[in-house]
Write a protein that binds this ligand. Structure first.
Ligand SMILES: [Zn+2]
Length: 199
């Protein structure tokens, strides 16, 4: 299968909240952020539907409330769930946007980042098509850093220190993007020096 074209040149329009280039698939699962709540966090997630299976269109369907709940036993367990993320990066590197960054996506659930709860209010959620124990795809690691760089540039309240995993903001409840996600590889690509605390 040919690789999706990977660009390293992403632009965020802060008026519309849209990233370009990305395939726009608007989700109904979105609403207004609270007033005067700038973006100050990016949350990374991992998702696959059914779990462990890649390449289908079920994630898009879930985020657009058109998943056939009867098509798989697992879908029955999440029947009626209304969720979304701002972005999805599929295994082949394809980038989809479901919610403008100006609006609140429904990805974090009960969560806390540095003492602030309700992370959906002030975060951007990025789903990586994946599974906690399966290495993420090289093509995703090529798309994610330039996307993050565009976001950090567009939203001054964010830096590489304001990128967290779902596991970090909802410990004990969530483990994604899981041990398979290579944070060092991401930080390397972002050109961030990681300080090692040896005390
Ligand atoms: Zn998650």
């Amino acid at each position: 299968m040919p690789e999706a074209t990977v660009t390293t040149d992403y632009t965020v329009n802060t008026e519309t909240g849209l990233l370009s280039p990305a395939r726009l698939c608007l989700s109904p699962n979105r609403d207004a952020r609270p007033p005067d709540t700038p973006v100050s966090l990016v949350v990374l997630h991992g998702i696959s539907l059914p779990p462990g299976q890649f390449g289908g269109t079920e994630i898009e369907a879930l985020f657009q409330n058109r998943l056939d709940w009867d098509a798989h036993p697992y879908f029955g367990e999440i029947r009626g769930m209304e969720v979304s993320a701002h972005l999805l990066i599929r295994r082949d590197g394809e980038l989809l946007q479901f919610v403008p960054f100006t609006e609140r996506a429904w990805h974090a659930g009960a969560s806390n980042f540095r003492g602030r709860s309700r992370c959906n209010d002030f975060s951007i959620g990025i789903e990586l098509e994946g599974e906690d124990h399966t290495p993420y795809d090289d093509r995703q690691y090529r798309v994610l850093p330039p996307v993050l760089q565009a976001l950090l540039q567009a939203y001054p309240g964010t830096s590489a220190r304001e990128i967290a995993g779902h596991c970090d903001i909802a410990p004990g409840r969530k483990v994604d993007p899981g041990p398979a996600f290579d944070w060092l590889r991401l930080y390397d690509a972002l050109g961030e020096h990681i300080e090692t605390d040896i005390s």
